[in-house]
Design a protein around this ligand. Structure first.
Ligand SMILES: NC(=O)c1ccc[n+]([C@@H]2O[C@H](COP(=O)([O-])OP(=O)(O)OC[C@H]3O[C@@H](n4cnc5c(N)ncnc54)[C@H](O)[C@@H]3O)[C@@H](O)[C@H]2O)c1
Length: 245
């Protein structure tokens, strides 16, 4: 039997490496995709590249923006079935030199931004009695960071824990919330990694390569679909075996 597709999916960080790959795959699978990024030009360019239906600017740290993009989605398509919270900031500043300002900015985008996005979506999904939400954690949150700084690792550990809390809250209302933890992915925020770090990470990865944004998108699409209908509060690790737990 064919897997029913999510019909309307909102993706934050849609202009980035992983968000964009998610949008492209979801469009290919027949979803109406709403692309959200921090600037209209970024969202619009990504929408044009992947064939997405609606491009919206929003700062994920703003409650007003989150409420607005959900409302605009429902106004345009009449419903919201899925969310991919992929907006994020990378931070590699060492522990002894990260400032409180930089720390707060990372937590604001990665933790508060993910929460606010999901909270706004749940206000529509819970009354509807269905929906599937995917957050983006990271192997950094599971192992305390590889090349990344403590601020990034902390934020991603928070996303993993937050996903479970949100899944407990939303589950009785028919809404699933799961987390995808990419490992070392050859896209987006990992592109600037040094050659030395890249070689070291690949050598420690049982599959002996970096992953692709498309491989992350496949896991996201599965969690959005009814093929994962009894999965909630879970994390799916797309890391080539770099961490097995
Ligand atoms: N690329 C990797 O190797 C990797 C590994 C593990 C986890 N992740 C996670 O996957 C997600 C996507 O990462 P990516 O590699 O595509 O990164 P990316 O930098 O390519 O994309 C992130 C996107 O988020 C957007 N964004 C940043 N701040 C925002 C804000 N305040 N409001 C709205 N949008 C904002 C950016 O404009 C960008 O388009 C992130 O949460 C990241 O932490 C990535």
């Amino acid at each position: 039997m064919a897997t029913p597709r999510p019909r309307v999916v909102l993706v934050t960080g849609a202009a980035g490496g992983i968000g964009r790959a998610c949008c492209r795959l979801l469009v290919l699978r027949g979803a109406e995709v709403v692309l959200v990024d921090r600037e209209q030009t970024l969202a619009a360019e990504a929408a044009a590249a992947v064939g997405g239906q609606l491009a919206l600017a929003a700062d994920v740290t703003s409650e007003a923006d989150a409420t607005r993009v959900v409302a605009q989605t429902v106004a345009a398509f009449g419903r919201l079935d899925g969310v991919v919270a992929a907006a994020g900031l990378y931070q590699g500043t060492p522990v002894d030199s990260i400032t409180a300002v930089e720390w707060d900015r990372i937590q604001a985008v990665n933790v508060r931004g993910t929460f606010i996005t999901v909270q706004a979506a749940l206000r529509t999904m819970i009354p509807a009695g269905s929906g599937s939400i995917v957050t983006l954690g990271s192997i950094a949150g599971q192992v305390g960071g590889l090349q990344s700084g403590a601020g990034y690792a902390t934020s991603k550990a928070a996303v993993i824990g937050m996903t479970k809390a949100l899944a407990r809250h939303a589950g009785p209302h028919g809404v699933r919330v799961n987390c995808v933890n990419p490992g070392f992915i050859d896209a987006g925020m990992s592109v600037g990694i040094s050659a030395e770090d890249r070689e070291r990470t690949i050598a420690a990865t049982p599959l002996r390569r970096a992953g692709t944004a498309e491989e992350v998108a496949e896991a996201v699409a599965w969690l959005l679909s009814d093929a994962s209908s009894f999965v909630t509060g879970a994390h799916v690790d797309v890391n080539g075996g770099l961490l097995m737990d």
